[in-house]
Design a protein around this ligand. Structure first.
Ligand SMILES: Nc1ncnc2c1ncn2[C@@H]1O[C@H](COP(=O)(O)OP(=O)(O)OP(=O)(O)O)[C@@H](O)[C@H]1O
Ligand SMILES: [Mg+2]
Length: 239
């Protein structure tokens, strides 16, 4: 399914452009961090890539195909969990895969252990804390062994130790060969996790660079301003 090539992507509900001619190219490895001010369209872009939202123009090409040949999983900022047990939440995600009941059970146990929730397997997902919910959502996504994992602010509202735990899980997921594209407003996290940075503002990817280079020498005026904290909210740039 890689390289992923996005060209001229447009999302303009009621004629008001959110994404306007967005270009992007991703190869098959590593963790890419999508940065940008509130309202820039980061969540919209992830949803478009996941096929959850129709675009208003442009193209999304997965290695020459209109749909990804591999598995794609997305974790939302507010994970939608079933009001069932922790374990059932993971097993449910595995339903579309041709696995025997015992294989499904085994994989569920494995991912829950890896996110530190094995001891909560039979608890209702409703009872989990915010950090535990995020870890369950990651376990559920990880269980399907996706080729591409889209994460929308996976550590927003988590405390430092829960954030650290989630970052460790994301690194492990990457190490297992899953391509990760995620958003975050935590620049420290971006520096810790990212191989490369995609900076989104004014409807387009303004800059795509290796993380070290992006933070040391941002090239675009918008990224420079963002890093200096001048862009906490959506701003429109004169073209
Ligand atoms: N389905 C939709 N229909 C119409 N407008 C939408 C839709 N989804 C998002 N928008 C609008 O698109 C813009 C970008 O939203 P988006 O959620 O992608 O921002 P974001 O970059 O993720 O911001 P944040 O950092 O606050 O999460 C917003 O103005 C939002 O209201
Ligand atoms: Mg968002």
């Amino acid at each position: 399914m890689f390289p992923l090539r996005v060209a001229g992507l447009r999302f303009a509900p009621e004629g008001r452009p959110v994404l306007d001619g967005l270009d992007l190219e991703l190869d098959g490895e590593g963790i890419s961090l999508l940065l940008g001010p509130n309202g820039a369209g980061k969540t919209v872009l992830l949803r478009l890539l996941a096929g959850l939202l129709p675009g208003d123009g442009g193209s999304i090409d997965w290695a020459g195909a209109a749909r990804p040949a591999g598995r794609l999983a997305m974790v939302f900022q507010q994970p939608m969990l079933l009001r069932l047990s922790v374990q059932t939440n993971v097993e449910f995600a595995l339903r579309p895969q041709a696995l025997s009941a015992s294989a499904r059970r085994q994989r569920t146990e494995e991912v829950l252990a890896r996110v530190g929730l094995a001891h909560r397997a039979s608890d209702s997902a409703r009872l989990l804390s915010g950090g535990e919910r995020q870890r369950l959502a990651l376990a559920r996504a990880w269980a399907v062994r996706p080729n591409l994992l889209l994460l929308d602010e996976p550590t927003a509202s988590l405390d430092p130790s829960a954030t650290e735990a989630v970052e460790r899980i994301i690194r492990e997921i990457r190490t297992e060969g899953t391509r990760v594209l995620m958003t975050s407003h935590n620049l420290g996290q971006a520096m810790r996790l990212a191989d490369d940075i995609l900076f989104l503002a004014d409807g387009r990817i303004q800059e795509h660079a290796a993380a070290a280079r992006f933070f040391a020498h941002p090239q675009s005026p918008a990224a420079k301003a963002f890093l200096q904290g001048e862009l906490p909210w959506r701003m429109t740039f004169a073209r």
